[in-house]
Design a protein around this ligand. Structure first.
Ligand SMILES: Cc1ncc(COP(=O)(O)O)c(C=O)c1O
Length: 305
């Protein structure tokens, strides 16, 4: 990773090398913390953060779900999100917001440790590879079920939830795939380790509903809206893994992965075995929007300057 000059930490800009924590940081031991991943794009009118308010709303909602009281207000966090990009002179970057429990007392029940916050920015290209973005990736159904809603807060982007995602991701990578798709505890398709999933059948697009054990992806929400604009019918419904195998096209959405086509699932070619036409059309529209080239969706951009 290319180091940036500054990191915003607990209200101050500090040098990258100085953004350190104590080994007794509570979240490091128990995974109790919340975070966000957001992108800033080099738009035609200068750097702009995509759906910053929605990402911050999800951050504060995640904290509410976990009963973490973030000591920095929403407005200050939004201002700091722009400040860190300016401080690092980025035109485009990834932003990681995190709120975590610092050191002090140990044990699961401690309530007195400080809640600490940071915003880190770095250059992050195509998460699933440039080639994946163009030609499509290979997916493997995970042997790990997605977080059961009875046990995990799946509407929170909670640090500890990602043990489940990383187990699935590592299993897929070790088996020679690019990404894992996870089923819920009843066997229905939920989402990929860090992305939401969409299937295309002609002019109809389906994706698991918000009520399933998925993160309510902001890219997912954006793609549903823009796909409707493009004339597709979008349905949120549950489906078993076999439905993926017979789809005309499959794609994943996420802040890091953007709109990534899927060309193969569990050794079955999807459609032609390459990125599908509808997927590429939606992907092109998505990039137009994030780059500020679609006036209708400028409302989703927060300009840094
Ligand atoms: C588990 C999971 N699902 C879905 C997503 C996609 O969400 P978004 O589009 O808001 O980045 C992410 C990434 O944040 C994720 O970690």
């Amino acid at each position: 990773m290319e180091k940036a000059k500054k990191i915003w930490m607990d209200g101050k800009l500090v040098n990258w090398e100085d953004a350190n924590v104590h080994i007794l940081t509570h979240t490091l031991h128990y995974g109790f913390g919340v975070f966000e991943g957001t992108r800033c794009y080099k738009t035609v009118d200068g750097p702009a953060i995509f759906r910053l308010d929605d990402h911050l709303k999800r951050l504060y909602n995640s904290a509410q779900i976990l009963t973490i009281d973030i000591p920095v207000g929403f407005k200050e966090m939004a201002k700091a999100s722009k400040e860190i990009i300016k401080a690092n002179h980025y035109q485009e970057c990834y932003l990681r917001h995190i709120a975590f429990i610092g050191d002090g007392e140990m044990g699961l029940g401690t309530m007195t440790n400080p809640v600490r916050t940071a915003i880190i920015s770095w250059k992050w290209g195509a998460y699933l590879g440039e080639e994946g973005l163009k030609k499509g990736i290979r997916l493997k159904t995970s042997s790990y079920a997605r977080l059961p809603v009875q046990s995990f807060p799946c509407k929170a982007k909670a640090v500890g939830n990602y043990v489940n995602s990383i187990l699935a991701k590592r299993e897929a990578l070790k088996a020679g795939y690019d990404e894992a798709v996870m089923l819920d505890s009843s066997g229905y398709v939920a989402e990929a380790s860090g992305e939401n999933i969409f299937l295309v059948f002609g002019d109809t697009i389906i994706t698991p509903p918000e009520s399933s054990s998925i993160l309510n992806g902001i890219t997912r929400k954006s793609v549903i809206e823009l796909a409707k604009d493009l004339g597709y019918q979008v349905k949120e419904e549950t489906f078993p893994r076999d439905t993926i195998y017979i789809a005309d096209e499959v794609f994943l959405t996420g802040t890091a992965a953007e709109v990534t086509p899927v060309r193969e699932v569990d050794n079955r070619k999807i459609g032609k075995g390459s990125a599908g036409d509808a997927t590429l059309k939606i992907q092109a529209e998505f990039f137009k929007i994030v780059l500020g080239k679609n006036p209708k969706y400028k409302k989703w951009l927060t300009y840094v300057d």
